[in-house]
Design a protein around this ligand. Structure first.
Ligand code: CU
Length: 244
């Protein structure tokens, strides 16, 4: 009888170990629960402010590329209030999970004397390739508080790379040559983030089931957070609304 109970105890312990994914590094193929998705939209509430005109006359090479003029990208929303370039990310709930950065580089381009994209996302220690597609010299100057500052001139057609070691949402970037040039580099330690498109929508996919704090960050309008619980295979909607 005693032996029988011992066998049950060992079997139960083995089952618990398998359910928990086995010992790390053993390569045991524990079943992965179906991933969850959080998606939604970010809106600007109220009358969308008129975009500020940029005067590029200080560099004729820049001005030539914008015969119709150019505008600031600090608040980009359409007539329906769909807010673009908002970073939506998991700010809490992942515990101590560690994630390897992707091998391929993220890219920020200087094109038409503007940064493209205006908000770029990168993982900690992922290569960020800096491209200058213009026929004029730029200077890329990130101003981080949690990463190393750099300040580098860039003649046309000579790409270089930079990396950021720590999470920081988000690092302001300026060009010391063209004072209107501003962008943001958001550095993440996990892959669960998105940037809203022109329609103000975002989707964070492949989330392990769990309870998370989701934060939406906009460069001028600040940040907002909401809690959400998602089960295995579940897709939930989360909307954000910003006002000035
Ligand atoms: Cu520049």
């Amino acid at each position: 009888m005693r032996k029988h109970w011992l066998q049950i105890t060992i079997l139960a312990a083995l089952a618990a170990c398998l359910a928990a994914g086995g010992a790390p590094g053993t390569g045991s193929a524990a079943p992965v629960p179906p991933a969850a998705t959080v998606k939604g939209t970010v809106k600007f509430q109220g009358t969308v402010p008129k975009a500020t005109h940029i005067d590029m006359s200080a560099d004729p090479k820049c001005a030539q590329m914008h015969p119709g003029g150019a505008t600031m990208q600090d608040i980009e929303a359409d007539a329906k209030g769909d807010l673009e370039n908002v970073i939506v990310y998991v700010s809490q709930g992942l515990g101590d999970a560690k994630f390897e950065p992707p091998k391929e580089a993220a890219v920020i381009d200087q094109k038409g004397c503007m940064y493209q994209p205006h908000v770029v996302t990168v993982r900690a220690n992922q290569e960020l390739k800096v491209v200058n597609s213009d026929n004029t010299t730029h200077n890329i100057h990130p101003l981080p508080y949690n990463n190393r500052e750099s300040n580098q001139s860039q003649p046309p057609g000579v790409p270089f790379s930079m990396t950021f070691a720590r999470e920081e949402i988000a690092i302001p970037v300026k060009c010391n040559i063209h004072p209107w040039m501003h962008s943001y580099i958001a550095v993440f330690k996990n892959p669960y983030f998105a940037v809203t498109g022109k329609d103000g929508s975002f989707e964070i996919a492949n989330l392990p089931p769990g309870t998370y704090t989701i934060t939406a960050w906009q460069e001028k309008l600040g940040s907002q957070s909401q809690k959400i619980a998602v089960g295995a295979g579940e897709s939930k909607t989360l909307d954000f609304s910003f006002k000035q």
